[in-house]
Design a protein. Structure first.
Length: 398
């Protein structure tokens, strides 16, 4: 068996070498993901990870026996070059972590057993998205694409809504390394100098970073005492410059990339965690929400479709209209002015976290597929979206 993983970003070589040298995880479950791939070497002839977005092209076998290939793409994927790299590996089994239609079509034409394990959902907004979804769905429903893994139940349901057959969709999650058991509920602290807001994630407008800055600027005009910490890579200082334009740079701390081990402490120290994603961003289910629930720090989130079945306004989070900085600032002010509401959100975080847990972990799905026995096939079917295991009304597991 020659197993090939294809992913858009997330340089496997860099991550494996850093972790082997004693470095820190830069995102949640990174070591779990790296080690899971390496474990596949025990039962296969070769395991290869092909990453599209890398600083340079490379092809080498790492210390753990995994072959890592960097395509060296910068902004756009060169499909013909990507297909050539795939063909050179002569894979017998393919795991797609990104929805590149041309690769699925190649796998179908070459009769390569394939599964998808998508970490992001799909957008249904606009005619262009609907056309993309139609074309992708036709490929995913082909019998050669044996299973379609989706990160979280809501994302799985969205794939069903665009037309993927529910009996081949499997909701999955990463292994839970943190739980809310380590922390007690939080009371709204006295203001002191200022309350602290916290954001972590991609530094792009679609994630609502600009909306958070504009909300902060509005609060500063009202002399409402808040600061904002932002963790993430700010390419070309785009948001730093925006903060300067809004005259709030003295109230924003740009932390850059932070080790995964620092995320939970940073969230626990914060008074509010912001998850302001706009609807156009194809969220699966952001780890920021899972981390915040573990830290028992109240969440203010947008009304992104991927959040609404798991976060209830005024119960487990405060919800505002996405892309609306005024609504966001009003939510912040309301929550930080209401100790009873603050306490109740923190208390409810444990129950909200429990309801997010699902039985299939990323490694489980892959291992059961590769083993390919009748029992393993039955296990996968019993965890599919059509199994009756999941409450389709609330998008929570029964």
């Amino acid at each position: 068996m020659r197993l090939l993983f294809v992913q858009y970003a997330g340089d496997y070589r860099e991550a494996a070498q850093r972790l082997a040298a004693g470095g820190s995880e830069t995102y949640y479950a990174q070591r779990y993901s790296v080690d899971t791939v390496a474990e596949m070497r025990e039962t296969t002839e070769e395991v290869t990870v092909l990453c599209c977005m890398t600083k340079e092209p490379y092809n080498e076998v790492l210390h753990n026996g995994v072959r890592a290939i960097g395509a060296g793409f910068d902004k756009d994927i060169q499909v013909n070059k990507l297909i050539k790299l795939i063909e050179e590996q002569k894979p017998t089994h393919l795991i797609m972590r990104t929805p590149i239609r041309e690769v699925f079509r190649w796998a179908i034409n070459n009769k390569i057993p394939t599964i998808a394990t998508f970490a992001e959902s799909v957008s249904r907004r606009g005619l262009r998205s609907k056309l993309r979804n139609f074309l992708l769905t036709n490929l995913l429903n082909n019998k050669q694409i044996e299973w379609v893994g989706a990160y979280g139940v809501n994302s799985a349901i969205l794939f069903q809504k665009i037309g993927v057959k529910p009996d081949k969709i499997i909701p999955w999650d990463f292994i839970a390394t943190d739980t809310p058991d380590s922390f007690s509920p939080k009371k709204l602290p006295d203001c002191g100098k200022s309350w602290e807001l916290f954001y972590i994630g991609s530094m792009i407008e679609a994630k609502g970073v600009g909306d958070a800055l504009e909300a902060l600027a509005r609060l500063k005009v009202k002399n409402f005492p808040v600061r904002l910490k932002i963790a993430g890579r700010d390419e070309k200082d785009y948001f730093l410059n925006k903060a300067k334009q809004l005259k709030i740079e003295d109230y924003v701390d740009f932390l850059g990339l932070v080790p995964n081990s620092s995320v939970l402490p940073l969230m626990r120290e914060a008074d509010i965690v912001l998850v302001p994603s706009r609807h156009e961003y194809p969220e699966g289910f952001p780890l920021a929400i899972t981390h915040a629930l573990c830290a028992r720090t109240p969440i203010i989130a947008s009304d992104h479709p991927m959040f609404l079945d798991n976060l209830k306004n005024g119960v487990s989070a405060m919800i505002f209209s996405s892309a609306n900085p005024i609504a966001l600032s009003d939510c912040i002010e309301k929550l930080l002015s209401n100790p009873e509401l603050y306490w109740s959100l923190s208390v409810e975080s444990y129950e909200a976290w429990k309801q997010l847990q699902i039985p299939v972990k990323w490694a489980d799905m892959i291992k059961h597929w590769l083993n390919n026995s009748p029992g393993n096939k039955q296990w996968l079917f019993e965890h599919s979206l059509s199994s009756g295991r999941y409450n389709m009304n609330s998008a929570r597991e029964k």
